[in-house]
Ligand binder design. Structure first.
Ligand code: PLP
Length: 330
């Protein structure tokens, strides 16, 4: 029995687990499924709200009234914090990495709509992110506000609980669908979803691999980042646990030219999946990861799992697609 820390009910759950029948038939196996965590909410959709159930509960418990967090200019995490902050009555300050004068579209549009305070920083200024957090923490403390800081992507020991809880939900989904999947496949960016799923399958004793397609950075980066999140979780919640068997499995072949930049092939996959299954992916996260999965199936990487089930975890990101819709020619 896993004992969860205090949690706010913010995500619409359980999200559906649905078969991708036509795509699976076209690829000729394995059988693909999608866990629809893009349906955890409307303006709060995606994987971030799962982590924020625990992070914002901690902020409340500590009596904080101000939340500072960070991310790319089209960060889904920052948008989720901004919207939830408005719903829960927190002041929200976003520190955004913006390399050009950003258009207020997609996630950034929603950040502004819900009244978040936004500071834009160039990539070189953003390198001292810790310094920026300190500067703003001090600024708000001097105004007698109590600050809760959330790292990029909501990925830390506390945020990991979000996907520990999803692992439990998935075990119920698997039982209801009468499947025993080979793996859950997902997009990895700041490593928290990966750390949470690894921990969740371990704690709930579910025999299923976690295969993580990187949307930026490389395998070595994720090995360190996930180990760090796991260590934070262990230190804070279960110092006597043994997590030595948990091993990140990151595939970095499809990360593309840079974070947020997708190849023409990724856009082709987004179009194909949209028209074949009515499933909308985004070019920053889910489109890159799903493209990687489909390419690997075509290359025979999953040939031994031909008769198994594989679950793609859809982590959201719809508003990021609107920010790049000009890349799709219609
Ligand atoms: C839509 C979407 N999918 C996947 C991810 C990756 O999740 P994580 O940051 O936990 O690795 C993110 C955020 O980074 C995201 O916004």
């Amino acid at each position: 029995m896993v004992s969860y820390p205090t949690r706010l009910k913010l995500a619409q759950t359980p999200t559906p687990l649905l078969p991708l029948t036509r795509l699976s038939a076209e690829l000729g196996g394995p059988r693909l499924w999608v866990k629809r965590d893009d349906l955890t909410g409307a303006a709060t959709s995606g994987n971030k709200v799962r982590k924020l159930e625990f992070l914002l509960a901690e902020a409340k418990a500590q009596g904080c009234d101000t939340v500072i967090t960070s991310g790319g200019v089209q960060s889904n995490h920052c948008r989720a914090v901004a919207v939830l902050g408005a719903q829960l009555g927190f002041k929200v300050h976003l520190l955004l990495r913006s390399d050009i004068q950003p258009q207020p579209v997609g996630n950034l549009f929603l950040d502004k709509l819900v009244g978040a305070t936004i500071s834009h920083y160039s990539p070189s200024e953003f390198r001292d992110l810790d310094g920026l957090f300190h500067q703003w923490q001090e600024y708000y403390q001097n105004q007698d506000r109590k600050v809760y800081s959330i790292p990029t992507g909501g990925s830390n020991g506390t945020g990991a609980w979000g996907y520990i809880a999803v692992a439990e939900e998935l075990s119920q989904d698997f039982a209801a669908a009468a499947i025993d999947p080979y793996a859950v496949v997902h997009a990895t960016g700041s490593g928290g979803t990966q750390a949470g799923l690894l921990l969740g399958f371990h704690l709930h004793q579910i025999d299923c691999r976690v295969v993580s397609y990187a949307v930026c950075d490389d395998q070595a980066y994720f090995a360190d980042k996930v180990a760090d999140d796991l260590q934070q979780w262990q230190h804070k919640y279960a110092p006597d646990s043994d997590l030595s068997s948990l091993c990140p499995n990151t595939i970095d072949r499809y990360a593309g030219p840079a974070y947020g930049v997708a190849s023409a092939e990724v856009f082709d996959t987004i179009k194909q999946v949209a028209s074949m299954e009515g499933l909308i992916l985004d070019p920053v996260y889910t489109g890159k990861a799903f493209h990687g999965l489909v390419e690997d199936i075509r290359k025979g990487v999953y040939a031994e799992q031909q008769d198994r089930d594989i679950v793609f975890l859809h982590t959201g990101g719809l508003f990021g697609l609107f920010a790049q819709q000009h890349q799709l020619n219609y």
